[in-house]
Design a protein around this ligand. Structure first.
Ligand SMILES: Nc1ncnc2c1ncn2[C@@H]1O[C@H](COP(=O)(O)OP(=O)(O)OP(=O)(O)O)[C@@H](O)[C@H]1O
Ligand SMILES: [Mg+2]
Length: 345
């Protein structure tokens, strides 16, 4: 698979290189006695081949729910109630258990939130990697051991560490081992859900650098999830900002950084200043995200938005192009015109 050139990266728009993943109108509900929560409400996005796509938003906005829906790992009380998730043209929602088992890890793999604690504490790192190969591929133990050593080298861990138990590795090394395991079967899409949040800033930077380097060398696509928008901008080609179950802005990362359209994106950027460069004041976002059992009418961000107008309380703005390759869901974007059928709701 080819990696992107600098030029591709600058020009990348919606699936410019052909989508590896295409999520359309995804809807996920959690059933609860206190009322159903639509945690993901009509989310659509594409990820191109070799593209790093970021998904940012505050805690509880639905990021992990999207990731788990793509992996088809959602369990009761969660249910996918609408939409489609196509991976290389196949709708994952139509697959049976056996097909899913073959697709998971081979075509799409995931590094989970708090992944470094997801290693088995009583198995050596080597045995855990060998397990992945022997479970999913017809491979001898010896061949699997050799592949495991190569994989560790890929993430700058000495093959001596194959004999180590997770507790004998630093947090950063454990996280690298988890990334190596996720890449074992060469998936075309890697989902990373907050892969570095539990690590200190220096180790976080090193791991981010390594992910970027691996992605450029191997050319897989990434869905990178974080609440830290500044971290995301460093890694992703394009990104989406999510608020209360909906995408509110999608654009190439640099465009989004230089010229955010949505007041929520602006607020989120103020809350997470850049990792590098001069110190800037942290500006929190006032109040908390809404209770998802009873989301606000109109634009879901309006109760916290410093720019909200009367119309924002009643009209729910869909995600629409505000400029080339730049979509936003905000009535205040210059030139934004709500389609007629929406404004009558
Ligand atoms: N097991 C559950 N039962 C009921 N509702 C749930 C459950 N898990 C999640 N939710 C609902 O789904 C919403 C989205 O949760 P999700 O874990 O996807 O958020 P997130 O964006 O990944 O947050 P974080 O940044 O904290 O990981 C929550 O706000 C909550 O309302
Ligand atoms: Mg999460």
């Amino acid at each position: 698979m080819e990696t992107l050139t600098e030029q591709d990266r600058g020009n990348i728009g919606r699936a410019a290189v052909g989508p590896v993943l295409s999520v359309k109108n995804l809807q996920v509900q959690y059933t609860a006695e206190s009322g159903n929560v639509t945690a993901v409400d009509g989310v659509s996005f594409d990820i191109g081949a070799g593209e790093v796509f970021g998904l940012a938003g505050e805690s509880g906005c639905g990021k992990s729910t999207i990731a788990n829906a793509i992996m088809r790992l959602l369990q009761t009380p969660a249910k996918i109630t609408g939409g489609s998730i196509e991976l290389a043209g196949r709708n994952l929602l139509d697959l049976g258990e056996e097909e899913l088992r073959r697709t998971r890890w081979r075509d799409v793999a995931m590094v989970f939130q708090s992944a470094m604690n997801s290693l088995n504490p009583v198995m050596t790192i080597g045995d855990q990697i060998v397990d992945v190969f022997t479970t999913h591929e017809k491979m001898s133990k010896q061949a699997a051991r050799e592949r495991a050593a190569e994989l560790l080298k890929l993430v700058d861990i000495s093959p001596d560490r194959l004999k180590s138990y997770p507790h004998q590795l630093s947090g950063g090394m454990r996280q690298r081992a988890v990334i190596a395991i996720a890449l074992a079967l060469k998936p075309s899409l890697l989902i990373m859900d907050e892969p570095t949040t539990a690590l200190d800033v220096v180790v976080q930077q090193e791991i981010m650098h390594q992910i970027k380097e691996l992605q450029q060398r191997l050319g897989f696509s990434i869905l990178f999830i974080t609440h830290d928008i500044s971290l995301m901008v460093e890694l992703s080609h394009r990104m989406a900002v999510m608020y209360a179950g909906k995408l509110v802005e999608v654009a190439p990362s640099k465009t989004l950084l230089d010229n955010p359209f949505h007041p929520y994106t602006n607020a989120l950027m103020g809350a997470f200043p850049p990792l590098t460069g001069p110190r800037v004041e942290l500006i929190g976002i006032p109040d908390a995200p809404p209770n998802m059992a009873h989301p606000p009418t109109g634009c879901r961000f309006h109760p916290r938005c410093p720019l909200a107008t009367e119309a924002c309380r009643t009209i729910e703005p869909p995600l629409l192009p505000g400029a080339e390759n730049h979509e936003a869901a905000c009535l205040l974007v210059p030139g934004y015109v709500v389609p007629r059928e929406r404004s009558r709701r």
